[in-house]
Design a protein around this ligand. Structure first.
Ligand SMILES: NC(=O)c1ccc[n+]([C@@H]2O[C@H](COP(=O)([O-])OP(=O)(O)OC[C@H]3O[C@@H](n4cnc5c(N)ncnc54)[C@H](O)[C@@H]3O)[C@@H](O)[C@H]2O)c1
Length: 265
């Protein structure tokens, strides 16, 4: 899979699954920018890991929910590494809170939408003119089974992850004649390191890894493969979607979930 000579941006690439996507793309030949939205320490550390692989890298301060920060960040990447050819919209507020809709505040709803959905909109809007000019682009949106199956107590998260699938198909249509593909990965449950929950105002809690053990066991029993995914099993799919070899795949959503949506008992 070739991403040689391309410039990739992985939002939320300073830790968690985003870090693995960034390193996988670097291993496969791309120069990679990663974002940090509170401080740049973790993003800088990932950038150093990328440099150690022999690629160019940049840590960029960018809250994806803020359009001006996104535009500024993309400009910085352009100056340092070149125009963004590959965008991985990975940054999100995850399962930060599980509350029934009548207890969900409008403020929290707005916050989740502003990062998970508007964040992807901001980033796509900022990179697509250069992709069109260069007649090549790869956009990968990170969705979730919660977006296709719903999630108890996760109305905002589910709505954003479902929204990304509609956005994916629309951008696929808009980019098709410019060799720009837009695809989504629909994630099940993945393990990995615990990362900063880098969002303004959001509590520093909960990735799947923080979920209490009995609850975790219940989730695993609902996965056909009876295990959570290894981040590398996901980043290989992301790298394929980012590569030259996926040139005729667009508007697609690939389930990477070990059979989480299959009926099992
Ligand atoms: N881990 C899983 O099992 C799982 C399952 C389904 C979907 N996902 C999705 O995968 C992606 C990565 O998840 P993760 O488990 O690595 O979570 P994570 O919380 O470890 O990583 C999310 C990243 O997004 C960044 N971020 C948050 N708000 C931001 C903002 N406003 N601007 C810029 N960056 C911001 C955080 O700093 C963090 O680096 C997310 O889109 C998540 O919804 C993960």
């Amino acid at each position: 899979m070739s991403v040689q000579g391309k410039v990739a941006l992985v939002t939320g690439g300073s830790g968690g699954l985003g870090r693995i996507h960034a390193l996988t793309l670097a291993e496969k030949g791309a120069d990679v920018a990663v974002t940090g939205n509170r401080n740049l320490d973790k993003a800088e550390a990932v950038a150093n890991e990328i440099r150690a692989l022999g690629r160019r890298a940049l840590a960029v301060k960018m809250d994806v929910s803020k359009e001006d920060e996104v535009i500024e960040g993309i400009e910085k990447i352009k100056k340092e590494l070149g125009p963004v050819n590959i965008l991985v919209n990975n940054a999100a507020i995850g399962i930060v809170r599980a509350v029934l809709i009548e207890k969900m505040s409008k403020k929290d709803w707005d916050l989740d939408l502003s990062v998970n959905l508007t964040g992807a909109f901001n980033c796509i809007k900022a990179v697509i003119p250069e992709m069109k000019e260069g007649k090549w682009g790869r956009i990968i949106n990170v969705s979730s089974v919660t977006g296709t199956m719903g999630g108890l107590g996760q109305c905002s998260y589910a709505a954003t992850k479902a929204g990304l699938l509609g956005l994916t198909k629309t951008i696929a249509l808009e980019g098709a004649r410019y060799n720009i593909t837009c695809n989504a990965v629909i994630l099940g449950v993945f393990g990995g390191e615990k990362t900063e929950r880098g969002v303004s105002g959001a509590p520093e809690v909960s990735s799947f890894y923080d979920v209490a053990e009995p609850f975790r066991e219940r989730i695993i029993k609902r996965i056909a493969m009876r295990r959570q995914g290894d981040p590398k099993e996901l980043s290989n799919v992301v790298a394929f979607m980012a590569s030259e070899e996926s040139s005729y795949v667009t508007g697609a959503s690939i389930m990477v979930n070990g059979g989480s949506d299959l009926f099992t008992f």
